[in-house]
Design a protein around this ligand. Structure first.
Ligand code: SF4
Length: 461
C-alpha cells in the first residue's frame, strides 16, 4: 500500500495552505542554540505542550536527553500574561538545577499576549532572583513567522547581546558562528580553524552536549559547549566568520555594528567550493598558507570525484531543507555533475531563489529546475510525479515520498528521526564532503545492484 496515494499530479496554485511544510517551529532552533552554551538551561516561555514538542523533537533527532524548563502557562497566564510564571521559574531553576545561564525563548502564545522578555529579566534581576555571576539570555521566537532556523538565529543574537560588550579588551581571537548544523559539524568547523592556527570562539557549540558520550555518570550540564569566560570576550575579537546567512548573519552583523568586530558571512562549508571559501577565509585571517594536511583532505575529495564521476553524471536529485544547507549542497551537486531539479525550503527569505539561480547559471545547469521558498513536501511530491528523479536528499519526512515513488533517500538536514550517524560524523569540510559523496554513491550503487538484470550485475564498480 502506498502512503501518499492521494497526492495528485496536477499542481494547483495554493497561497493559504501548507501541506507538510519543509520546516519546523522557531523555538526548536532557539533551544538547540541555547544548548550550545556551557551550563545553560533552555527555557520555553509558554505552555507545557510547546516545550514537550521542542524537547522531544531534539531528543528524537540527537538521541540524547534534552532538558529544558517551561513557564507552564495555563488559563490565567494566557489571559493576564506570563510574567509571574517566568519570575517563579527563574527562581526555581537557579535554586534547584544551578545552571550558569537560563536562555529563555518565547512561543506563539507568549508572543501573542505580548510578554516582554527583557523587561521580565530586568525585573528578576531587581528582585534578586538571578544569583551573582549568572546570566539570563532572551530571544523572541514567535513560530507563526520564520522557522527553526530563524529561532536559532534569534538565540544567537540573544547570546551575542547577553555576553558581548564593546568595552572588551582586544583578544586577537576570531568569533565563528557555525550555523544550524550537527554537533559533529561544529567539531569539524573548529578542527579546521585550529589546523589553520586560528584562536577562535565558536558559538553556539553543541558538540559534546547533544552527542555526549555515555561514561556511566549523568551530568545535567556536560563539560562542553561555548564557555562563558570565552563568550564574554566576543566583543574584543578581531573578526567574525558567520557560516550561513539565515542562521548566523544576524548576530554577526549585530556584533559588527555594536562592538566594531568586522564580520564576513559565508555559506556553510558543505562540499568542495564552500569549504574552499571557509578555508580561504581562515587563511587570510591567519596570514598563512594552507597546511599540507588540509590540502591532502581536499585532494581526497577531488580524487573520489574523478574516480566515480560516471555514477554521479547527470543524475537527477530532489532536495529540501534549510536554505543555508541547500545553497552549498546544490553547488556541490552541480560540481559532481548532478542535476538538482527540485529544491524546496520552508524557511522564508527572498535571497534563496536568487542564490540558487546564480549557482545554476554559473554551472550552466543543462535542464530546467524548480525552486520554491515557503514550499512544502506536498508540492515536492507533485513535482517528482511530473518529473521523476534518481535521488532524494533531505530530512526524515521525505521517506514517505521515497517509499511511494521507490526512490533512494539520503538523509541530511533536520530532523533525522529514523537513522543514526548524523550527530557523530560531519558533513561539513572536506571530510564531510567525502562522507556526502560516499552516502550518495552508496544509494546509487545499492539501487544498481538491486535493479540490474543478472547479465549486467557487476562485482566491481
Ligand atoms: S504553539 Fe507555536 S511555539 Fe508552540 S509548538 Fe506550536 S508552533 Fe511551536
Amino acid at each position: 500500500m502506498t502512503l501518499l496515494r492521494h497526492t495528485p499530479t496536477e499542481i494547483k496554485e495554493r497561497s493559504a495552505l501548507a501541506i507538510n511544510p519543509a520546516k519546523t517551529c522557531q523555538p526548536i532552533g532557539a533551544m538547540y542554540a541555547a544548548l550550545g552554551v556551557r551550563g545553560c538551561m533552555p527555557h520555553s516561555h509558554g505552555s507545557q505542550g510547546c516545550c514537550a514538542y521542542h524537547r522531544s523533537t531534539l531528543t528524537r533527532h540527537y538521541k540524547d536527553p534534552i532538558s529544558a524548563g517551561t513557564s507552564s502557562f495555563t488559563e490565567g497566564a494566557s489571559v493576564f500574561g506570563g510574567q509571574a510564571n517566568l519570575l517563579q521559574a527563574i527562581q526555581n531553576i537557579f535554586t534547584i538545577y544551578e545552571p550558569d545561564v537560563i536562555a529563555v525563548h518565547t512561543t506563539c502564545l507568549s508572543e501573542t499576549i505580548g510578554d516582554d522578555l527583557p523587561q521580565i529579566a530586568d525585573k528578576a534581576r531587581q528582585e534578586g532572583k538571578i544569583p551573582e555571576g549568572k546570566y539570563i539570555l532572551t530571544a523572541s521566537t514567535p513560530s507563526y513567522v520564520g522557522s527553526h532556523v530563524t529561532g536559532f538565529s534569534n538565540m544567537c543574537m540573544g547570546i551575542a547581546k547577553g555576553f558581548g560588550s564593546k568595552d572588551t579588551k582586544k583578544t586577537g581571537k576570531v568569533n565563528i558562528l557555525p550555523g544550524f548544523v550537527e554537533p559533529a559539524d561544529m567539531e569539524e568547523t573548529k578542527r579546521l580553524a585550529t589546523m589553520m592556527g586560528i584562536k577562535h570562539i565558536l558559538f553556539p557549540d553543541t558538540s559534546g552536549v547533544v552527542n555526549a558520550p555515555l561514561l556511566g555518570e549523568y551530568h545535567m550540564f556536560p563539560d562542553a559547549g561555548a564557555r562563558i569566560e570565552d563568550l564574554v570576550q566576543i566583543g574584543g575579537s578581531k573578526g567574525t566568520i558567520a557560516l550561513g546567512e539565515w542562521a548566523s548573519a544576524q548576530a554577526a552583523r549585530f556584533m559588527d555594528a555594536e562592538f566594531k568586530v568586522p564580520c564576513m558571512v559565508l555559506d556553510l562549508p558543505f562540499g568542495l567550493r564552500a569549504t574552499d571559501r571557509y578555508v580561504d577565509a581562515l587563511r587570510k585571517i591567519a596570514g598563512t598558507s594552507v597546511p599540507y594536511e588540509i590540502d591532502k583532505e581536499r585532494g581526497l575529495v577531488v580524487d573520489l570525484l574523478s574516480d566515480m564521476h560516471q555514477y554521479f553524471h547527470h543524475k537527477k536529485v530532489a532536495l529540501w531543507g534549510d536554505p543555508d544547507q541547500l545553497i552549498p549542497l546544490v553547488e556541490f551537486l552541480r560540481d559532481l555533475d548532478m542535476l538538482p531539479v527540485h529544491i524546496v525550503t520552508g524557511t522564508p527569505g527572498k535571497k534563496f531563489e536568487k542564490r540558487i539561480e546564480e549557482i545554476m547559471t554559473e554551472t550552466a545547469m543543462p535542464v530546467p529546475y524548480n525552486v520554491k521558498v515557503g514550499g512544502d513536501m506536498f508540492l515536492m511530491h507533485q513535482w517528482i510525479k511530473n518529473e521523476p528523479v534518481d535521488l532524494l536528499i533531505g530530512n526524515t519526512y521525505g521517506k514517505y515520498i521515497a517509499r511511494d515513488e521507490d526512490i533512494p533517500l539520503v538523509r541530511h538536514g533536520f530532523p533525522i528521526l529514523d537513522r543514526q550517524g548524523h550527530q557523530y560524523f560531519p558533513t561539513v569540510g572536506y571530510r564531510g564532503a567525502l562522507r556526502l559523496m560516499e552516502k550518495i554513491l552508496d544509494a546509487f550503487l545499492s539501487r544498481k545492484d538491486r535493479d540490474e538484470p543478472e547479465a549486467s550485475f557487476e562485482l566491481v564498480y
